[in-house]
Write a protein of this length. Structure first.
Length: 165
């Protein structure tokens, strides 16, 4: 596709929007596969054909809210950070849902705090990490960090302990 008219020919017009009727990429973005190249996102192509190429490390986003719209007037450049802030603003429920899930886990499993004695038991144990994690109500990766002494390090009794043998 070398012109906006070729792009428009693959779309259905709904109001101002050009709704893409071709293939979509894995996350529902309008896409097509040129004969000599890999997959190309149509929004980036539309901006380039409209004289506004997308710089590296920038996104081509649709401003109208229709995921399959490729109308040039509805396309813009954005940063990943700005896109995430907009998503958080538009969908605050997902953050509330994640917080509620964490709170439910805490109510069910308790705070998961360990004592130094429990840490010593974990390091001395030959049980699998998954079993230890369930037993002490912490994550498997946390058990691994304890075993590797990356967290819950035992401090010497004095600042000079271990310097001299």
């Amino acid at each position: 596709m070398n012109t906006l008219e070729e792009v428009k020919a693959r779309c259905i017009e709904e109001g101002e929007c050009w709704i893409w009727q071709g293939a979509v990429a894995s996350k529902k973005y309008p896409a097509f596969k040129p004969a000599n190249d890999g997959e190309t996102l149509v929004r980036r192509l539309v901006l380039r054909l409209d004289g506004r190429p997308v710089p590296p490390k920038r996104l081509a986003v649709c401003t109208c809210g229709e995921p399959l719209c490729v109308f040039p007037g509805h396309q813009a450049h954005s940063t990943y950070s700005a896109r995430m802030k907009k998503a958080a603003k538009d969908h605050p429920v997902s953050y509330l849902r994640r917080g509620a899930k964490a709170s439910a886990w805490m109510r069910e499993n308790g705070p998961g705090k360990l004592t130094m004695e429990q840490v010593r038991e974990i390091r001395a144990s030959d049980k699998p990490r998954a079993v230890l994690a369930q037993q002490y109500k912490v994550g498997r990766s946390f058990i691994g960090r304890i075993i590797r002494n990356e967290t819950w390090r035992e401090t010497p009794s004095t600042p000079f302990s271990g310097l001299f043998k």
